[in-house]
Write a protein that binds this ligand. Structure first.
Ligand code: HEC
Length: 205
């Protein structure tokens, strides 16, 4: 009981600090200012990406197993990201703590920073849906770049393609080896951080 009280008071304390930082950066303004609206929209975009991806993958797995679903991860995941990017005029992608796709799945500097923060917060017992990364940097003379990330945690169904060698069928293994000769995205365990959905956008003034 005591520890729960402590945790929640620490959490509200941390939220207050985070809130101060956010308002200092001009994200939170009294009333729904443009930046606050952009922040909420960005959260919704990341959530939509996770939801659509999860549903598409689940359907493909149910319809034809992991062998069939490889195509979903290869072509539909970038398509979903592309559609959201053009719809909202942002850049949506997903990156891995260890990447399978060496072109699209590798984290850049701020994304690696986000992944590190996620690792330590998950290790502390924080829940993935409570965790997010927000960073604002200057972009050019007048604009700001908003960088947002949300954790992707491995679920049991993901082990068919990201788990240990005995969890991946020989057929899937062969296909993965052929498509991704430098695959690093294996040997993950359920609950482990797999990567992040990342959203980048320019906030014009
Ligand atoms: C059917 C096999 C399969 C399953 C099941 C699967 N993935 Fe993947 N995953 C892939 C493939 C293939 C890629 C590379 C896609 C590409 O070419 O961009 C990938 C890429 C990723 C990436 C992008 C980073 C990288 O490594 O390139 C993340 C994040 C990811 N998967 C998370 C998950 C999560 C979380 C689950 C479970 C909910 C999951 N995957 C289930 C096959 C799978």
């Amino acid at each position: 009981m005591l520890s729960q009280t402590n945790t929640s008071s620490i959490r509200s304390w941390a939220l207050t600090i985070a809130g101060c930082l956010v308002s200092a950066l001009g994200l939170a303004q009294p009333g729904p200012g443009p930046n606050e609206k952009a922040m909420q929209e960005t959260r919704d975009i990341a959530a939509a990406m996770l939801k659509e991806l999860g549903q598409t993958l689940q359907t493909a797995m149910a319809n034809g197993g992991p062998e069939n679903a490889i195509g979903v991860c290869k072509t539909q995941a970038p398509e979903i990201a592309q559609n959201l990017s053009s719809k909202y005029q942002v850049q949506v992608a997903r990156v891995g703590t260890r990447a399978r796709n060496p072109v699209m799945g590798v984290a850049n500097e701020w994304q690696s920073q986000a992944l590190k923060q996620f690792e330590s917060r998950l290790a502390r017992g924080d829940k993935p849906y409570d965790i997010e990364f927000v960073q604002l940097t200057k972009s050019g003379a007048y604009d700001l770049e908003l960088r947002y990330a949300k954790p992707i945690v491995l679920q049991p169904m993901c082990t068919a393609c990201h788990g240990s060698p005995d969890q991946i069928s020989p057929e899937v293994k062969a296909k993965l080896e052929q498509l991704y000769p430098n695959d690093k995205a294996v040997n993950y365990k359920p609950g482990e951080l797999r990567g992040a959905v990342v959203v980048t956008r320019i906030l014009s003034h």
